[in-house]
Design a protein around this ligand. Structure first.
Ligand SMILES: NC(=O)c1ccc[n+]([C@@H]2O[C@H](COP(=O)([O-])OP(=O)(O)OC[C@H]3O[C@@H](n4cnc5c(N)ncnc54)[C@H](OP(=O)(O)O)[C@@H]3O)[C@@H](O)[C@H]2O)c1
Length: 329
């Protein structure tokens, strides 16, 4: 009888503990869940003339948003504007500016009018071993990807804050990369620029939460865009082998995941199943708005650390193999 009672007690405890954890998480998760509407709101996308940014502009326009896009080449912007008008019947506003130039960015933001959803998506990626890469190129990558993001946010924030009371929740999302979650061979400069975005986002979210502004970080894998085609021309072989462990997505697929994540106010937005695992394994001290995801993260933490160590074992295996092949030649 005592054994039967013990069995039922253990079963009850086994059921109660996860429920208790779920309940606790639903109380403590911060920031609280939020929905960010897109329809009839002003969505401003940097790097909106190509690849993921262009796909985001298409999708947000077809969901009824007012769109502004910014990038350097006026020809590419005009081309994007025509393509979006052709497929959605909507006219987007275009702004030619380099994100490295704060005054030019500020002029564009002022002209565009109050922004509800800012998507800082511009980015350059040149993969090369640090020893080979020129410092000018390292500076260029950091300037466009990281300083350019600061410039965009600094230019947008005052107007975004002012207009929050009448216009509902605001959103600032940053296009990172899976190379911004784990350092990858050949991406010292790029990974540094994208890891930097994470620190920016985590700190910024704390600074703007009181203004009803919500920050997101998008982590795409390799995505079939003009930028990737360019990058592949110079990519070290080992970088290609490592990056190939997560399969390439289309720009439309990434844009859909990104937009859905922004609308649901997620802080971290993975784009595919490997991305979900990577995001859980690298969750660290980052905010989590979903108590269900928080539950999975807490329960899976140990096994994910083990998986991360297996990933590193495999990664260093590839590096050793490649070095041995080089020495043999
Ligand atoms: N494609 C991938 O495999 C991949 C994977 C993970 C993350 N990402 C990230 O996703 C974002 C978009 O990448 P993508 O593949 O779509 O790139 P893409 O096709 O090369 O498009 C990049 C966009 O950024 C603009 N841009 C570049 N430098 C700029 C600058 N200094 N000032 C203003 N605009 C600038 C480009 O226009 P102009 O050249 O005319 O300025 C273009 O509109 C990037 O942040 C990238 O790091 C991409």
């Amino acid at each position: 009888m005592a054994i039967v009672n013990l069995f039922y007690m253990s079963l009850l405890l086994l059921l109660l503990l996860p429920l208790l954890l779920l309940f606790l998480l639903s109380i403590i998760i911060r920031p609280r869940p939020v929905q960010i509407p897109i329809k009839k709101r002003h969505v401003f996308i940097t790097g909106g003339s190509s690849g993921i940014g262009l796909a985001l502009a298409h999708q947000a326009a077809s969901e009824g948003a007012r769109i502004s896009i910014l990038s350097r080449s006026i020809d590419k912007l005009e081309e994007a504007k025509n393509a979006i008008r052709l497929s959605t019947g909507i006219d987007v506003a275009i702004f030619a500016a380099d994100v490295r130039d704060f005054e030019a960015v500020q002029r564009a933001v002022d002209e565009a009018g109050p922004i509800d959803v800012l998507i800082v998506n511009q980015g350059v990626f040149v993969a090369q071993e640090l020893e080979e890469q020129k410092l000018d190129e390292v500076r260029f990558i950091i300037d466009v990807n990281l300083m350019g993001s600061f410039n965009m946010i600094k230019a947008t924030l005052p107007g975004m804050k002012r207009s929050r009371k009448d216009r509902g929740p605001g959103s600032i999302s940053l296009m990172s990369s899976q190379a911004g979650q784990v350092g990858i061979y050949g991406y010292t400069a790029y990974s540094a620029s994208k890891f930097g975005l994470r620190g920016l986002a985590e700190a910024l979210q704390q600074e703007v939460i009181g203004d009803n502004i919500h920050v997101s970080l998008v982590f795409p894998p390799d995505t079939k865009t003009p930028g990737l085609v360019e990058e592949n021309k110079r990519k070290p072989q080992l970088t290609s082998i490592i990056a190939a462990s997560s399969s390439a997505m289309t720009a439309d697929e990434v844009a859909k995941k990104a937009l859905d994540g922004i609308k649901s106010g997620s802080f971290i937005i993975p784009c595919n199943s490997e991305g979900i695992l990577l995001s859980m394994a690298t969750a660290g001290l980052s905010p989590q708005r979903s108590y269900l995801m928080a539950f999975v993260e807490v329960v899976a933490a140990g096994i994910l650390r083990f998986a991360a160590l297996c990933f590193q074992w495999n990664l260093y295996g590839s590096i050793e193999k490649s070095r041995m092949q080089k020495n043999y030649r």
